[in-house]
Design a protein around this ligand. Structure first.
Ligand code: AP5
Ligand code: MG
Length: 190
């Protein structure tokens, strides 16, 4: 199985590149952000809890995310593999993912770490905010998402370096250029 973790700051292109990766390699896509927004829209208990965190740009607690992810994973039909977008975001989440995949006889194949300049991230998110309807695409929340990314999520890169799975990807340029870099990296582990 080809299991890809796509990693990077808010606005780094995780969702955009995931769509291209899915088409190229026939993977299932799990975006924890999309799942949480779906729960919010449906007005579930989890959605109500998540809303408070998301609107502040904070991380939803690990235990809620991990059990949500296990449910989503089990609801998927067998595929060539999975792309994890926006998960893991903390060391406990990374360890939980490893355990979940190991129990299913598989593991993370590669972690793609999209590197994008801070100014560009803010520009992309503000631009998207004009049409996305996402309650976290406003300058104040964007700033706290970036802060949370730097303090709580970015350190996770080292975990994947130690696992031998980390590949840094230059996330600046056109969507096609970036996808070209990603394909090169993924084809190396396939
Ligand atoms: P999540 O939905 O994961 O949001 P995020 O990490 O903030 O990232 P985005 O989805 O905003 O950006 P992206 O990297 O997908 O970029 P995109 O491709 O859209 O999480 C939201 C919230 O949910 C979190 O803050 C947290 O509260 C909670 N949450 C989620 N997962 C969690 C977890 N595991 N644990 C705890 N809490 C969790 O691109 C951005 C924009 O740029 C788009 O408009 C796109 O069209 C444009 N763009 C993309 N590539 C390019 C390019 N090359 N050039 C120009 N524009 C581009
Ligand atoms: Mg996204």
């Amino acid at each position: 199985m080809l299991n890809v973790v796509i990693f990077g700051a808010p606005g780094s292109g995780k969702g955009t590149q995931s769509e291209l990766i899915i088409k190229e390699y026939g993977l299932d896509h799990i975006s924890t952000g999309d799942v949480l927004r779906g729960e919010m829209k449906a007005g579930t208990e989890l959605g109500k809890i998540a809303k408070d965190y998301i609107e502040k740009g904070q991380l939803v607690p690990d235990d809620l995310i991990v059990s949500m992810l296990a449910n989503v994973l089990d609801s998927k039909k067998p595929a060539a593999g999975v792309i994890f977008d926006g998960f893991p975001r903390t060391i406990p989440q990374a360890k939980a993912l490893k355990k979940m995949l190991n129990e299913r006889g598989t593991d993370v194949s590669i972690m793609l770490n999209l590197q994008v300049d801070e100014d560009e991230l803010i520009q992309r998110l503000l631009e998207r905010g004009k049409i996305s309807g996402r309650s976290d695409d406003n300058l104040e929340t964007i700033k706290s998402r970036l802060e949370v990314y730097h303090t709580q999520t970015a350190p996770l890169a080292d975990y994947y370096v130690e696992e031998g799975k980390h590949v840094a990807i230059n996330g600046m340029g056109t969507i096609e250029e970036i996808f070209g870099r990603i394909k090169e990296a993924v084809n190396n582990v396939k």
